[in-house]
Design a protein around this ligand. Structure first.
Ligand SMILES: CC(C)(COP(=O)(O)OP(=O)(O)OC[C@H]1O[C@@H](n2cnc3c(N)ncnc32)[C@H](O)[C@@H]1OP(=O)(O)O)[C@@H](O)C(=O)NCCC(=O)NCCS
Length: 132
């Protein structure tokens, strides 16, 4: 199977900062979740699943602070797949105004393929895709 990846970028705005003036960690994880969601949407194309939801976020490491006015670039890569689950590594690099980039964060996201069940419930579904 071809490698499934997704990328997107965000500009760090004043509203994204914590009370010491660096990027708020919860905001970073939220953006990483979006990067993982973009990869999972691509991975699940053509399957019975309506989409994927986040089941677990592991091994989150904030290695360097990020500052207002910097760009953060997110790279999400599917690294394994189970029966209903898919594991995605998200890596983040920050880029300052001079164009210098550095690794700032990474995490492992486990997403689960879901489809509509009875009523309003979303239930897990086998995605039927293997990962090599
Ligand atoms: C996602 C959901 C439908 C899964 O249903 P479930 O019956 O709890 O599913 P299971 O416990 O059998 O786990 C499903 C898969 O996730 C894996 N999994 C479960 N817990 C895990 C964990 N802590 N870490 C990694 N993988 C995990 C299981 O091994 C299984 O994988 P497999 O089918 O590939 O073997 C349900 O837990 C749910 O709705 N959770 C809320 C999701 C949500 O709201 N997310 C935030 C918004 S996107």
């Amino acid at each position: 199977m071809e490698q499934v990846t997704a990328r997107f970028s965000q500009l760090v705005m004043p509203n994204d900062l914590n009370n010491i003036g660096t990027l708020f960690g919860g905001k970073m994880v939220s953006w990483m979740d979006i990067a993982a969601a973009k990869a999972i949407q691509r991975f699940l194309r053509g399957t019975e699943a309506a989409g994927g939801v986040t089941k677990a976020i592991d091994e989150v490491v904030f290695s360097e602070p990020v500052f207002g006015g910097e760009w953060v670039n997110f790279d999400a890569t599917v690294i394994s797949a189970g029966n209903t689950s898919i594991t995605i590594k998200v890596s983040v690099r920050a880029e300052n105004a001079s164009g210098n980039a550095r690794d700032v964060c990474e995490a492992i996201f486990t997403m689960v393929a879901v489809k509509k069940g009875d009523g309003d419930r979303w239930v897990k579904v086998a995605h039927g895709k293997s990962f090599n």
